[in-house]
Design a protein around this ligand. Structure first.
Ligand code: CTP
Length: 405
């Protein structure tokens, strides 16, 4: 069988960039090839019969996608294609851009031979993104997002004919036909790029935000906030024991930061966000604004008050809050706010008390709402340093129970 390295990995090799995913394609039975490679390298293999593709995961975690060279036909714009076997040349023609339509043969004898029937190398040199045919964006509207991604990532410009086709496809309602998971995937990949606000500028220029929600507004503050997300994530990553966060989701929250609850709900639904992602984006707008306001306005906030403000927030919302602190509106108090957030993350969120409900029962308190309020006050006292030892804590509990008795 003729075997090729294909697509993005060839592009990245020619650009001298690191690439993590390996895409292989086989002229012949890709699935049989995948099974045989899996056996030889002790890789696990998942097969997708419908598209005659397979994914191998090698024992060291390296992933390899294997396909059979194929022709694709699209019955309907934005639908998934019908596939049938073909030569590598035809396989390359079905792809999105010339720079992604090159293959390197891997067979002994022809090892390293570059197949570049559509002048991808020329376009790489002239930093040009060019579709292979007129129907490209119609066949697969996710390519509208991909075009923005590649222009943005490599600093390429779109060739004039492709630009016209992109604008036409963007103006048509093709994106509204994409399924939620496909739209989510593309939007989050776009926001995962190095400078998400530049990618978003493109969405705005092409009037594509309407596919997330027709009333979504892109203000200067939103753009600034998007720019503040990366530094906030870098700051977060340096905090000891901070849980890992999804940067693209925080960017999405920034993008939605001026939207009200009904728009947030509808975007979460349209994009088919996971429950964790939806819970995070609920915090995009006024809820974190309000917390920020409290943190900024009250210089004398005690650690226990900060704790109560922050305790319910998912990690992504905390990072967004840190990004909001970077905006000029936060003014001179921003630094102090950051320090409070850092203290909460490093220390206070782990705070615990020794006294339990059982102990209160033993002191004669009947179970009821007083339980929670006493335990909360004990925790507050610990956080604010009013009680420092277990003995002091127990004494305070005793006093409170006695008072309520
Ligand atoms: N491809 C395509 N049309 C799409 C998606 C993918 O033609 N809508 C082809 C391109 O040849 C692409 C290859 O499939 O290079 C692999 O796709 P993918 O892994 O999504 O993209 P990469 O080009 O590898 O880009 P990235 O570096 O962002 O992963």
């Amino acid at each position: 069988m003729a075997l090729y390295l294909v697509g993005g990995v060839v592009r990245d090799l020619l650009l001298g960039r690191k690439t993590l995913d390996l895409d292989l394609t086989v002229e012949g039975d890709g699935l049989a090839f995948a099974r045989s490679v899996a056996g030889r390298y002790k890789a696990s293999v998942v097969q997708y019969e419908r598209f005659a593709t397979a994914r191998l995961v090698l024992p060291d975690g390296q992933k390899i996608d294997i396909a059979s060279t194929r022709r694709e036909s699209y019955a309907d714009p934005a639908a998934l294609p019908k596939v049938e076997p073909s030569s590598v040349r035809v396989d390359l023609f079905r792809r999105d851009f010339t720079i992604n339509a090159m293959a390197v043969q891997l067979n002994a004898g022809n090892f390293g031979l570059l197949h570049d029937p559509y002048s991808g190398q020329r376009d790489l040199r002239s930093k040009t993104l060019r579709v292979l045919h007129e129907e490209s964006f119609r066949d697969d509207p996710t390519r509208i997002f991909r075009a923005i991604r590649f222009m943005q990532r490599f600093g390429f410009s779109l060739e004039s004919g492709s630009r016209r086709l992109l604008a036409e496809a963007a103006a048509a309602n093709l994106i509204s036909r994409l399924s939620g998971p496909r739209l989510r995937n593309e939007v989050l990949l776009l926001l995962a790029e190095h400078q998400p606000s530049r990618a978003t500028d493109w969405l705005v220029r092409l009037n594509l935000l309407r596919f997330l929600h027709p009333r979504l507004r892109y203000t200067r503050r939103v753009k600034r906030l998007l720019d503040a997300v990366s530094p906030a994530c870098a700051w977060w990553a340096k905090l000891r024991s901070a849980p890992s966060v999804e940067r693209p989701v925080i960017c999405l929250m920034a993008l939605l930061s001026e939207a009200g609850p009904s728009i947030l709900r509808s975007v979460a639904q349209r994009m088919n966000l996971s429950s964790g992602q939806s819970a995070a984006i609920d915090w995009s707008g006024s809820q974190t604004d309000l917390i920020l306001k409290r943190l900024l306005q009250n210089r004398e906030l005690r650690p226990s008050q900060v704790y109560r403000l922050l305790i319910g927030l998912p990690p992504e919302a905390l990072v967004l809050l840190a990004a909001k602190m970077q905006l000029p509106a936060a003014g001179r108090e921003a630094r102090r706010c950051r320090q409070r957030l850092a203290r909460y993350m490093k220390r206070d969120r782990h705070a615990a008390i020794a006294v339990r409900g059982e102990d209160l029962k033993k002191l004669g308190l009947k179970p009821g709402p007083r339980f929670k309020s006493i335990l909360d006050r004990l925790l507050g006292a610990r956080l604010d340093g009013k009680v420092k030892t277990e003995a002091e804590e127990r004494e305070m509990a005793y006093r409170m129970v006695a008072r309520s008795g």
